[in-house]
Write a protein that binds this ligand. Structure first.
Ligand code: 0A1
Ligand code: ZN
Length: 882
């Protein structure tokens, strides 16, 4: 397979020769096979006329073709060609009806793409190119069709039969029944969905801004029926928010969500019938953490928002994926910000971006948010397309302002409703609506890599002028040596000694709009007038651009910003810079064999955070959490996993010892409230619990038996998973061996019937800092609750170990790397998408020392040498070894 993997280029895009106006499908579902009858109303694309009728090449994979009928004439197999990817016919008319029948095998489909079974139900996943595993089709997003779907199945086993749109007919014959669904909106095949199973549903309704009543249904397996309220509330909030913020109304009479246990990603926005990973729908306090609740809220919103940004207006081709994904992530993150704490959401998003997307941008898979080539599109559902894509949209929002941005999106939706379009079309709508030129801005779409923005200051007390010089530089990425300067909006303030913002008065060159200056050149100086004293600059407020900002802040500056900056994000960022410096110094000490020391500035800063009762608890918790190990890896020249872990741990330990009293006060106060008030997943409750758990994790480092008692009490007597799991995590990483073992046994017994909780149980152990974590992971793969066929299990055990257990995965023997490569090979044929995603940590080999590099590369080469590599795995390994 590997040598037949082809690269597809954006520059080769050609509009389709044929269009499919109507698609009529009939599925006959059986236990050992499924029959798919397709009737396609095809016509030549009027935009692509030529004298001769071109061949019709339909995509199709793993299909057993039984019959082909064109305009009621049976076509015999001499008149078409079939290979493992396509069916090719020579039409003799401009428009015709093509009927095919194929047999497929959802019951043995482990790749979870196309039609497959999850537990006892049938479900589909068609994005990006899964529909071709269901029937022969023009499986590309610029072919949009009206779908009518009939599903026939055994009535008893599959009482619920669902597809997109509205149910228009149903019936019964003997022990089989059927239902027909019709979707009035044209859509590409990737938005098709089908579900059949024994499902229960929770029903609700939503009245739209034009007073239309929409039925809302969330379908789950019966045992989960009490876990959907949070998702339903999130859905209604999303529907209202999209009306209020974007003027977008829902367009069908029914909106359905189905939860499935086996799913490669988070969820899928199929028209009117979203299919979700159970982990992104089910949540109740006793079984789902605050984080899980927030993920449900965010993913429900994300999929719902796709109804406009993705479905009504879709992508012309898969190079445009960020058109829908970047925009929709921006929309869902703003929704979450409006529903919860805006600053906390921003901090979380930026921490995620800097850790994962910056690392991708610096690695072998780096690509622009609109890539120009790919081998396997499934590999491009990346943090770059999604999260960096959202940052690019956020910058457009910053540049145009709230009203200008809304004018732009209104024009975009109006102009392109019902079309499959490009990122250029999106930017053009925004530019046209605001009469502005976004030509240079568009470099963000075509250039990969994270720009560095170096800033130098100078102050002239005689003229009272303050100068900031910005230099931007973007390192080379695969196939892109040189970059042109980006447009970088820098939101900023200048703080006086009292910590107040001085008015910004720009003189000379440059653009200042409100509190945003625009960097457009490789090097540029801005001069501010009437600055009475040397200010402390607060730069890149709210993280106004996805760049690495370099400014030589002194420790005192950082402490000052931490306390005074009126931008919450930058207060947090100052705390992180301070912590990073402190940790990096100890990395050096550790490597040199010198004793490590705690920076007194950091300790003072933490002490004053803990002492200040006026602060928002969520902010305190965020500022008290040291940068994650993965982020410390990302910002290292050569990452030393043992030194990073030891240094970070040392500082945590010292802070814990020195500030124990303050941590204990916070812990006890917050725990007391937790015990009195019933759980709620609201911002204030979440903030309180996060501070409580933060305090507990520090306290558990003090080896105080009293703290152990508190932790055990929290583990045993909490009414919610947020507290219980935090206590378990602390026990697992504690020296209290017998308590730890007991807690793991008790927890498993308590939740053995709840797979999503058991996923957490696996993840906590995979992340364990005990020396034997790899052996433990290998052991757990044999556990009755583990199966490599379920992506959630793979992610929570193998993925968690390889991605988050820095010292376990990077142990010097190379055993962690070898283990991961073995799992990738095991999954390569079973589930190529999951196999390929699992590879990510190995692709980062250039970050580490020579010895580790060799060991990691050797494993990549071992994978490369294996038989029958999927295109998914081949692409990632191939690019990693270049
Ligand atoms: N469009 C979905 C993500 C998604 C992509 C691919 C999938 O299967 C390979 C599944 C879901 C979203 O953005 O939520
Ligand atoms: Zn999406």
């Amino acid at each position: 397979m590997s040598n037949s993997v082809k690269t597809i280029y954006l520059k080769d895009y050609q509009a389709p020769d044929y269009l499919i106006d109507e698609t009529h499908l009939k599925f006959e579902l059986f236990e050992n096979f499924t029959m798919v009858h397709a009737e396609l109303h095809i016509r030549r694309n009027p935009d692509k006329q030529s004298d001769e009728l071109p061949e019709l090449v339909l995509d199709g994979q793993e299909l057993e073709l039984l019959t082909v009928v064109m305009d009621n004439v049976v076509i015999n197999s001499n008149s078409y060609t079939v290979d493992d990817k396509s069916l090719t016919l020579q039409p003799n008319k401009n428009s015709f009806i093509l009927k095919t029948t194929v047999r497929i095998h959802p019951e043995t489909n482990t790749a979870l793409e196309g039609l497959y079974k999850s537990n006892t139900m049938f479900c589909t996943q068609c994005e990006a190119e899964g529909f071709r595993k269901i029937t022969y089709y023009l499986d590309r997003p610029d072919v949009m069709s009206k779908f009518t779907t009939t599903i026939e199945a055994d009535q008893q086993s599959y009482p619920i039969l669902l597809s997109n749109g509205n149910q228009i007919a149903s019936g019964q014959e003997d022990d089989r029944h059927w239902a027909t669904w019709q979707d009035p909106f044209k859509k590409p095949a990737y938005l098709f969905a089908l579900v059949a199973g024994d499902l229960w549903c929770v029903e609700d309704s939503f009245t739209t801004m034009n007073q239309r009543k929409v039925d809302l249904r969330i379908y789950v397996e019966p045992e989960n029926i009490n876990k959907v309220n949070h998702a339903m509330t999130s859905l209604k909030n999303s529907m209202r928010w999209d009306e209020e913020v974007y003027g977008r109304e829902y367009d069908l009479d029914i909106f359905m969500i189905v939860a499935v246990s086996d799913f490669n990603m988070g969820a899928m926005e199929n028209k009117g019938l979203n299919i979700f990973n159970t982990s992104c729908v089910l949540a109740r306090p006793e079984t789902a953490t605050d984080m899980a609740h927030q993920r449900v809220e965010g993913v429900v919103a994300h999929e719902y928002f796709h109804n406009w940004s993705g479905n009504r207006v879709t992508c012309r081709d898969w190079f445009q994926l960020s058109l829908k994904e970047g925009f929709t992530v921006f929309r869902d993150s703003e929704f979450t910000a409006d529903m919860n704490s805006r600053t906390v959401k921003r901090i979380e998003d930026v921490a995620f971006l800097r850790t994962h997307q910056f690392a991708e941008d610096a690695g072998p898979m780096a690509h622009p948010i609109r890539p120009d080539a790919y081998m396997e599109i499934s590999n491009f559902y990346t943090v770059t397309i999604y999260e960096k894509g959202a940052e690019i949209i956020r910058m457009l929002h910053t540049l145009l302002g709230k009203e200008g941005f809304r004018k732009g999106t209104d024009l975009y939706f109006e102009r392109h409703d019902g079309q499959a379009v490009t990122c250029d079309d999106f930017v053009k709508a925004l530019a046209d609506a605001n009469a502005i030129d976004l030509t240079q801005f568009k470099r963000w779409y075509s250039q990969a890599g994270t720009p560095q923005l170096e800033v130098l200051e100078s102050y002239d007390s005689a003229t009272k002028q303050y100068h900031l010089t910005f230099k931007q530089f973007c390192p080379p990425t695969p196939n892109q040596e040189e970059k042109q300067p980006f447009v970088i909006p820098v939101k900023m303030g200048l703080l006086n000694k009292q910590g107040q913002d001085l008015p910004l008065q720009l003189v000379g060159e440059g653009t200042l709009v409100g509190d945003v200056i625009l960097i457009t050149e490789a090097e540029q100086t801005f001069t501010f007038a009437n600055v009475g004293e040397k200010p402390v600059p607060s730069l890149l407020r709210d993280f106004s651009a996805p760049v690495k900002l370099k400014f030589a802040y002194s420790k005192d500056d950082l402490l000052f910003l931490m306390q005074h900056d009126n931008d919450g994000f930058n207060r947090w960022d100052a705390s992180q810079r301070l912590a990073i410096e402190a940790i990096q110094q100890q990395v050096v000490n550790y490597q040199a064999g010198n004793p490590m020391v705690l920076d007194s500035g950091l300790e003072k800063a933490y002490a004053s955070l803990l002492a200040d009762s006026s602060l928002d608890q969520a902010m305190v918790a965020e500022m008290l959490s040291l940068p994650a190990e993965n982020y410390l890896v990302e910002i290292s020249e050569v990452a030393d996993p043992d030194a990073i872990h030891a240094a970070r741990q040392f500082i945590r330990q010292q802070l814990a010892n020195n500030l124990k009293g303050q941590f204990l006060t916070h812990y006890q106060a917050n725990r007391a409230v937790s015990q009195q008030e019933a759980y709620r997943a609201t911002a204030d409750h979440i903030a309180r619990r996060s501070l409580q758990n933060m305090a507990l994790s520090y306290l558990m480092l003090t080896d105080d038996p009293q703290v152990l008692t508190l932790c055990l009490d929290q583990f045993k007597h909490s009414d919610n998973m947020t507290e219980q799991l935090a206590a378990l995590t602390n026990l697992v990483n504690s020296p209290y061996e017998s308590e730890k073992q007991q807690a793991l046994v008790d927890f498993y017994e308590q939740f053995a019937n709840d797979p999503l909780v058991i996923d957490q149980w696996f993840a906590v152990q995979a992340n364990s800092q005990a020396g034997d974590s790899l052996a433990r992971v290998v052991e757990l793969m044999k556990h009755e609750a583990f199966t490599i066929k379920n992506p959630n299990k793979v992610r929570s055990l193998i993925g968690a170990f390889a991605n988050n257990n820095l010292t376990g995965f990077h142990q010097k023997t190379g055993a962690g790397y070898q283990f991961l490569a073995d799992q990738v090979l095991a999954l390569n044929t079973m589930n190529p998408q999951i196999a390929s995603r699992l590879l990510t940590p190995l692709t980062r080999w250039r970050k580490y020392d020579e010895e580790r590099q060799q060991l990691m590369k050797a494993e990549l080469e071992r994978i490369m040498a294996a038989d029958k590599l999927s295109s998914d795995v081949y692409e990632v390994v191939n690019k990693s070894l270049v």
